[in-house]
Ligand binder design. Structure first.
Ligand code: HEM
Length: 454
């Protein structure tokens, strides 16, 4: 994990970057709120790679070049923290990995990294693949009845059941899995509003907070009981709960109880909607592209109808490209960081404590780095040279997603299991539209008809 920093620039004052003037008192807040995906990239097209975005109570600077992403997320990550905006999301709960900073973050990340590497994941592989097969059995009723199936909520439940199984080994009844999905969705809404309204006066009420608090109480309570039970009756299992209970820091100490609970909650929260939404985008895009579908079926059919093993799954290059290309077009609205001291990017001042944002949606569609950027073309991930700082669904640098390999594993097994059995048809003329949520979903869902393959 390299966190080497580049020395801060001289204190000579530089100008703030150019940008729109906005309206007195509110800046460009209404336009930004109206178009969370398209507005930032439109500013980059008009003002360049470094733009000052006037907003009330926040100095926001948008950067839009892969070199700048490298500068902030990788080379100087130790000087760019997630900042108060992210700390606010956890309210009074103990910090977990995504909102830890500095040495505290480094120590926990080091202890948990091995729990998400290929060795650890291959030990979980059979449990994950079994759970996915069971989840996909629900598609059969739709193949028989012809009733359309909205795969967006279906994949939420499927991915949650896989995560819960990977975490606790025991299988939960579907009603409990659905309760987890509903609870974490309420929790996510409340958190999203706290983040979006960060910096605004506290007298303005944040929506959805009561439901969010009830959700947090329910699942923290649930996790408390499960951890206590596991401590009382340890099992010989390589599941994520055992991994967290066994995780050792460099001094040999372990995570205290409330931090095990927060890290578990975070894994569920950070791992379920993200993976389910990326898969939803993949099925939606495959549904719209006969060429990509043919490529995906060819790769899956080469497995001869068998469940692939861990090594075979890792070698599914075209399916992985289908997933990557869907995530490219899915592109979330922004990631944010805050510099601990004044910096300089592209000749402009980046003032200490401002909010620097990067728009994956914009970067993933920038014609300087992608040919025919609006086209769903998985082949580009096999044949084109991709700038790794222009493709950032998991972000980049030492703080990139710790669950990335698990997400790929779940995605590849889910795609294989479904495509081996079924053809999912989207309605004629269907085109996925972005829906803002903790993870970017598809407006109105993806109602597919399910046909059994010959
Ligand atoms: C397709 C699925 C996923 C996507 C697109 C995704 C995306 C991301 C992104 C963009 C970040 C960094 C955010 C930032 O820098 O501001 C992140 C961090 C994180 N993700 Fe994921 N994620 C996915 C799946 C998962 C899974 C399956 C898990 C766990 C089982 C997970 C756990 C985490 C954690 C703990 C962090 C914080 C890492 C740190 O701060 O060091 N994610 N994820």
């Amino acid at each position: 994990m390299s966190t080497a920093t580049v020395p801060p620039p001289t204190s000579r004052r530089r100008p703030l970057p150019p940008g729109p003037r906005g309206l007195p008192g509110i800046g460009v807040a209404p336009r930004f709120a109206r178009d969370l995906y398209g507005y930032l990239p439109s500013l980059a097209r008009e003002y360049g790679d470094v733009v000052h975005v006037p907003l009330p109570g926040v100095t926001m600077i948008l950067v839009s070049h892969p070199d700048h992403v490298n500068h902030i997320m990788n080379r100087n990550m130790a000087r760019y923290w997630k900042g108060a905006r992210n700390a606010e999301i956890v309210n009074d709960e103990p910090l977990s990995m995504p909102v830890r900073e500095g040495e505290d973050w480094k120590r926990v990340r080091r202890a948990l990294n091995p729990k998400f590497n290929d060795g650890a994941l291959s030990a979980l592989y059979d449990v994950i693949a079994d759970e996915i097969e069971l989840g996909v059995e629900r598609f059969e009723a739709h193949a028989v009845s012809g009733e359309p199936l909205d795969i967006q909520p279906e994949l939420n439940v499927l991915v949650m059941s896989v995560l819960l199984r990977a975490m606790f080994t025991t299988r939960l009844p579907r009603a409990d899995v659905e309760r987890y999905v509903a609870t974490l969705t309420d929790y996510g809404f409340a958190m999203g509003w706290r983040m979006a309204m960060h910096g605004m006066p506290g007298v303005i009420p944040r929506p959805r907070q009561r439901a969010g608090r009830a959700a947090a109480n329910w699942f923290m309570d649930h996790l408390d009981r499960t951890i206590a039970e596991r401590r009382a009756h340890p099992v010989a299992s390589a599941d994520l709960l055992s991994s967290l209970l066994d995780a050792r820091f460099e001094d040999g100490s372990t995570l205290p109880h409330d931090e095990v609970r927060s890290e578990l909650a975070t894994i569920l929260f950070a791992g379920f909607e993200t993976t389910a939404s990326a898969l939803t985008w993949t099925f939606a895009q495959l549904g719209c592209s006969p060429e990509a579908r043919a490529g995906a079926y060819a790769e899956v059919d080469a497995l001869g109808g068998c469940r692939p093993d861990f090594e075979q799954v890792s070698a599914l290059r075209y399916l992985r490209a289908c997933f990557d290309e869907a995530q490219r077009l899915q592109g979330g609205p922004f990631y944010n960081r805050s510099p601990l001291e004044d910096d300089e990017i592209g000749g402009y001042l980046i003032p200490k404590d401002c909010t620097v944002v990067v728009s994956p949606y914009g970067l993933h569609r920038d014609p300087r780095f992608w040919r025919e950027p609006e086209r769903y073309d998985p082949g580009r991930f096999l044949h084109d040279e991709i700038d790794k700082y222009a493709f950032i669904p998991f972000n980049v640098g030492p703080r990139r997603c710790i669950g990335m390999r698990l997400a790929y594993l779940e995605a590849m097994v889910t795609l294989t299991t479904i495509l081996q059995r079924y053809e999912l048809r989207v309605p004629d003329g269907f085109a996925p539209e972005h829906q803002f949520h903790m993870a970017t979903g598809i407006k109105g869902g993806v109602p597919v008809t399910v046909a059994r393959r010959a």
